[in-house]
Write a protein that binds this ligand. Structure first.
Ligand code: SF4
Ligand code: SF4
Length: 385
C-alpha cells in the first residue's frame, strides 16, 4: 500500500523540476518507466470499467431472456453505439434537445470530443479499450517478428486517408443526407431502442464473414501496430481533426535538445519529433512515449502555445484527461441525461421479436422508417467504443 502511494507520489512529481542536463541511462530508464506506468494504469482502469459494464450488461440481458430482470442495464454500454450517438448529436444540433433513447452514448461521444479538443488524441492511447487491445496485439506481433513493420510512405499516406473517408461517409449520411424527421424516426425506432442488445447478439452470433474480417483485423494489428487506429477508425479520424485545435501539444526546445533522435525512434505514430518545434500532427496520440524517451527533461514537454507556454507535466496531463472524460459523464449524470427511459418490461417484450428488427428500416413492419437509410449501428465488425 505504502509502495503504491509512493509510486503515485513519484509519478505526480515527475518533471516538476526540469533540467537541461541530459539524464544518465539509469534515471532516464526510471523516468520513462514511470511515465509509461501512468498510461498503463489509466488503460488498465478503463479496461476494467469496460469489462465491468460488459459483464453487467450480459448478465442483465441473460436475465431478461429468462423472463426475470436481474440488476439493471448499465448505461455505459451505449459507448459501443457510436452511430446512434452521432444521430443523437444531429438531433441535439437540430432541436436543442437530448433524445431520450441512448443519452449516455451521446454523453460519451461529447466526453471523447472534449478530450480531443484539449489533449489531442490522448483518448486513443490512454482510455480507448480498442486502442489498448491494438497496442497489445502490436506488442505481441513485435515480440514474434522482432520488429515493427511500417508500410512505405507511398502506401501509408493513402491508407491513413481511409479513416477520414469513413468519417466523411458517416457525417454526410447523418448530417446531410438524412432529414431531421428521419433522424428522429430512427432514434425512436424499435431497432434503435434495442440497438445495444442487437450489438451484443451480433458479436455473440458472428457470421463466418464477420469472423474473417475480425481475424484479418487482429492479424493486421499484429503485423502493423495500431493498424486499426491509424488507418480505419472513424472515431480516431474525428479526434485527429479536433486535435488540430488542441492547445496542448508536445513541444521541442531547440536550445536544450541534443539532437539524439530518441523521441522520433520512440514514437508509435512515426512522427519526426526531432525535426519539429511543435507536434501538430493529426496522428499524435498524446501517448508521451517521446517525452518518456527524451534524456533532457526541459527539451521536450507538453505545452500550451505562446505566449502562455504553460508546461503540463505527465501526471497533470493524465489528470486533465481523466477529469475531462469522467467530469463530463458525472455532469450528465447529475443533470439526469445518462439513463434512458426504456423499462425492463419493454426490453423484455422487444427481445422476443428482436430478430425481426431491421436497421435499414428502423424496426419491424410496424416501425418502418422512411427516407434516406441510416448507416448501420452495432454491425460494424471493427471498433466499438
Ligand atoms: S510519441 Fe509523442 S509525438 Fe508520437 S504519438 Fe506519442 S505523444 Fe505524439
Ligand atoms: S527532443 Fe528528441 S532529439 Fe531532442 S533531446 Fe529530446 S529525445 Fe533527443
Amino acid at each position: 500500500m505504502l509502495g503504491t502511494r509512493d509510486a503515485v507520489r513519484e509519478a505526480w512529481r515527475l518533471d516538476a523540476v526540469t533540467s537541461t542536463t541530459p539524464l544518465k541511462a539509469g534515471p532516464l530508464r526510471e523516468r520513462g518507466r514511470r511515465i509509461r506506468w501512468l498510461r498503463h494504469l489509466a488503460q488498465a482502469a478503463a479496461a476494467f470499467v469496460v469489462l465491468w459494464v460488459g459483464y453487467d450488461f450480459v448478465r442483465w440481458v441473460r436475465s431478461l431472456e429468462a423472463g426475470l430482470a436481474v440488476g439493471s442495464r448499465p448505461p455505459g454500454v451505449e459507448g459501443f453505439l457510436p452511430i446512434a450517438a452521432l444521430m443523437s448529436l444531429r438531433h441535439l444540433w437540430t432541436t436543442g434537445e437530448v433524445h431520450p433513447v441512448h443519452p449516455a452514448g451521446l454523453v460519451i461521444l461529447l466526453a471523447v470530443v472534449g478530450t480531443g479538443l484539449l489533449l489531442k488524441k490522448a483518448f486513443c492511447s490512454w482510455l480507448c479499450p480498442v486502442g489498448t487491445l491494438s497496442e497489445m496485439l502490436g506488442a505481441v506481433g513485435v515480440a514474434g517478428l522482432g520488429r515493427r513493420f511500417k508500410p512505405p510512405r507511398v502506401l501509408d499516406i493513402p491508407l491513413r486517408g481511409l479513416k477520414y473517408l469513413l468519417l466523411l461517409f458517416f457525417l454526410h449520411a447523418i448530417f446531410v443526407a438524412m432529414r431531421p424527421q428521419d433522424v428522429a424516426a430512427f432514434l425512436d425506432s424499435p431497432y434503435n431502442r434495442v440497438a445495444d442488445v442487437k450489438m451484443l447478439y451480433f458479436f455473440e452470433r458472428l457470421t463466418p464473414f464477420a469472423l474473417k474480417v475480425l481475424a484479418a483485423l487482429v492479424f493486421l494489428s499484429m503485423v502493423v501496430p495500431y493498424a486499426w487506429c491509424r488507418y480505419l477508425c472513424p472515431y480516431g479520424a474525428l479526434l485527429g481533426v479536433l486535435s488540430l485545435l488542441s492547445p496542448l501539444k508536445v513541444t521541442r526546445h531547440t536550445e536544450s535538445c541534443i539532437d539524439c533522435g530518441l523521441c522520433t525512434k520512440a514514437c508509435p505514430s512515426h512522427v519526426p519529433v526531432d525535426r519539429l518545434l511543435r507536434v501538430r500532427s493529426d496522428e499524435c496520440f498524446g501517448c508521451l512515449s517521446c517525452v518518456a524517451a527524451c534524456p533532457v527533461t526541459r527539451a521536450l514537454r507538453v505545452e500550451a502555445p505562446s505566449p502562455w507556454r504553460l508546461a503540463v507535466r505527465p501526471a497533470v496531463f493524465a489528470a486533465l484527461l481523466l477529469l475531462t472524460f469522467a467530469g463530463t459523464i458525472q455532469a450528465a449524470r447529475t443533470w439526469g441525461v445518462w439513463r434512458n427511459g426504456i423499462t425492463d418490461r419493454e426490453y423484455g417484450e422487444r427481445l422476443r421479436e428482436i430478430d425481426s428488427y431491421d436497421h435499414l428500416r428502423g424496426g419491424a413492419a410496424s416501425g418502418a422508417v422512411s427516407g434516406p437509410r441510416p448507416p448501420g449501428d452495432g454491425h460494424a465488425a471493427g471498433r466499438k467504443h
